[in-house]
Design a protein around this ligand. Sequence first.
Ligand SMILES: Cc1ncc(COP(=O)(O)O)c(C=O)c1O
Length: 485
Amino acid sequence: MTSQVRGVQLARLLGQWHALPGRRRSPDYAALAGAIRGLLADGRLPLGVRLPAERELAQALKISRTTVTAAYRQLRESGHLASRRGAGSWTMLPGNHRVTSTGLWTPVDDVDTIDLGVAALAAPPELVPAARAATEDLPRYLSGAGYHPTGIVELREAVARGYTDRGLPTSPDQIMVTSGTQHALDLVLRLALSPGAGVLVESPTYPNALAALAARRARIATHGLASDGAGWDADLLLGSIRQGRPKLAYLIPEFQNPTGHLMAGDLRERVVAAAHAAGTDLVVDESFVSLPLDGTPVPPPVATFDRHSRVISIGGMSKPYWGGLRIGWVRASAPQVQRLAAARVGVDMASPVLDQLVAVHLLAEASGIVADRRAQLTVQRDALLGALAERLPDWRVTVPRGGVTLWAELDGPISSALARATEEVGVRLAPGPRFGLDGTLERFLRLPFTLPAAELVEAVGRIAAVRYDLDRAARPQWREPAVIA
Ligand SMILES: Cc1ncc(COP(=O)(O)O)c(C=O)c1O
């Protein structure tokens, strides 16, 4: 699934490479090699892609071919490029560095620790009344065996109505209820992927999706998102699908975790068309779709543009309501839902009836509950942004227009070191490399705004306090494992 980046595409990614800091002292070829290394380290340029031929890049950058030749030579020498005569040059990291596991760690119950590793809100006040009402409903189900592999019909109806209200007509037999979005993803992957199949994901992306893909032995390729601006580079994304022809692409188009980006409507349409032409299935994770902030309009669901059952949408209750409910779903064609349900019987049979009834009651009050969540998230996001501007003014952040996380660009490749240091002052962080595949993304940090504003401000104060003596500090080890969600 090797894909190639063209000269004009790389030139666009490189931007003002000749004017980068420190540039004046280094020759052109070294500056170019440094800029390419920077793109690799930030995950903008994936590992294992073929770079343009020297002549092509020279033309695109309007520089001499000898400069590109010398830059590529330096990249080969530093272990960032592998070349074979006649076959081209591929990006890599020195020593074939790869993070070996995206594995799940167990949580700690340390009340003094501010946990910024998990991006999820505490339960809303409506949860307990909904649970009480659900127990009242339960007798209606008790005369049956209680196994509903696709979910109880009233929840499937409520979820289907949600899609229809978003402009995507959906019937209840197109919905399967799962035990969370993660479960939905795992089931879809079980059905759609054979071991070794190629999968395209965004970089950075949601770490537990990488874990699910690793469990299915997928061959993962990445599309690097810009930390600012539009996020997705349409040309590169469509090129990766057309050239790489992955079996499946996993995308988070609404308020992407971790960057917060929102994919524009026209790109959604083009991605679906490219996926259809390439024979690629699209798995669209809509975990954050109901959480736009600042009145940001959300484009139509990706599945709106699907005429060939290429798009499988997954979503759930965890982000707008509560992760502890463990209710998610898949929206697909009715035959696909039947196949998923058959696969699910071999896994967990069905989701708990009582929890599904709680979800029905919460969805009946969706507009009020979700409006309150959005108001809460707006206050918390603004408190976090304010604290960052005051205490860590060298960090660059793009204001997320929805979702629950922001993706900070740090003042150096310090994310993992910072996460180790903040453990000492009671702040748990999810460092940038956790959101990538290959040890890149050290200049980035995901910061969720799901905790109360005062805790976020306190956490930023503690982070700032350790940031400035990081270089002098000894390197403490992770003391305890943590869940990232
Ligand atoms: C993009 C994305 N998908 C899936 C999940 C998991 O959701 P659930 O709790 O519904 O399994 C999360 C949780 O953080 C997420 O951010």
